[in-house]
Design a protein. Sequence first.
Length: 578
Amino acid sequence: MSDSKKRIAPVLSYGSSTLRRRTQIALWIVAILTGLVGLVNLLSAVTPSLPERREILMLFFPSTVRVGGRISAASSGFVLLMLATHLLRRKHTAWVLTVALLVLSIASHLLKGLDYEESVLAGILLIQLILMRRVFTARSDRPSIAQGVRALIGALSFTLAYGTAGFYILDGYFKVNGEPVNFSLRASILQTLAMFFTSDNAGLESTNRYSEFFANSIYAVGSITLVFALFMLMRPVLLRGDPANAAERYRARKIIDQHGRSSLARLALLKDKAYYFSPSGKSVVAYVAKGRAAIALGDPIGPPEDRQETVVAFGLFCDRNDWFPVFYEAAPDQLPLYDALGFRRVQIGEEAVVDLKLFNLKGKANQNLRTAINRLTKTGHSLKVFEPPISEELIQRLKPVSDEWLQVKNGAEKRFSIGWFDPAYLRECYIAIVYDPHGGIVAFSNLLTGYNRKEVTVDLMRHRKDVEKGTMEFLFASVILHFQQLGYDGFNFSLSPLAGVGSTPDARRVEKGLHYFFEHLNQFYNFKGLHQFKEKFQPRWEPRYLVYPSLTTLPDIAVGLVRADAGDRLLDYLKPGT
């Protein structure tokens, strides 16, 4: 096995190594222990100290210090519960915070009641985490709204649990409307909720200083956890920005200009992409990171001899970030490399490529195309192809057509594997426009020229709500003839999702599942209609693949692809003025 394969093996062969299995078991243990320490902190904070220990502490520390120990124990318990799952994913920041909170927990337990039993448990976990420090190498996730929502739910749940446990344990320490009360579990929950939502705390009265402290501490713990949750909720908005900076984008463009071989190379330069550069600096992977999936658009771009090293290094880079390396729309000629490195693959569709050296409008098969051209030409329609750079005036005339098309489709702009109506992007494309007899724009498409190839690829296809039948056939048949005359070799209609997937007896189970989706959910996505439209131009069909590490990662990858396609539009609603 080559050095590259040896390095990628730990990344892709999850669970195949004895060392990796042992490490995973150790991670589960520390994650469970962290959650257990968090729960112990909660219960310990609401449990009265033993009288003899409390008397010793009173000789050295005032009540404010001892009360502070209880509040810090409860608050650190909440954060430890939040951190447990992040430790399981080897997050370095989670390790640092957990170590710090365990030190705080040890001090808090000793200060509030000389509770050395809880301190010993936290100490054992602290030693274990220090011994495992080299395991926690993964970087933190990019902030997301989902993280904030989970933190908010966790904060409210923890505060409710804190109050409920306290009232239940401190049974007999309170009066309600002047009468002693013994809190049942249900009464404890209702009393905690009452303290949140009523001004008189439902008539609650404390019978001693400790019960008074506990009642007040509910507000302190609730405030601390709620502030933390609100910060987590707002963090994606505060830290939002482009995935790549100007220097990275310039560096990526230089590589793509030299080594790009398809329209995906142009889409790799869109501003939703981040970039990973190979160790040699000669290759680049354009990707988006959504959840635990780092989804690369197409294969790595760079010299062929650098391809394997780039895939290996990208896999290790993803491992450090606790991501899954994924390649979307991988080409068939790269599959042997992915297979050799332990990846799995599934066909996700086919690209429709028209051979311009052979294309013509003769014959029965092209009757519909000839009819469309003849009818629209007679009604005064015309087509014009504009070369880049496109003027701002023309782009502004195209926008109402695009907006109307989106409104009719009840959709929004997509991202990642296709472009969107961005003036800066469209300015660098070819634009094919259909005019009606009065000079109005009724349909358009932007076209991408293949890097270092004489090929043109369709990106956006948009038209007015009411257009003559055959308008889009007229547009593309005319455009194909236009680029044929310019000496281009191919015209690419881009990917037809799920086309040709799972239709053969030897297809994989995943592909058969996708085929079922293609057959039964067409009413929602019109996959078949798109495929049939492209079939009119008699293209050759070239398969494209999703390359991924293992079957268990597919759910995360599916969610990541949906988010990448949608561009995480939920964030847009949180921007001021929207």
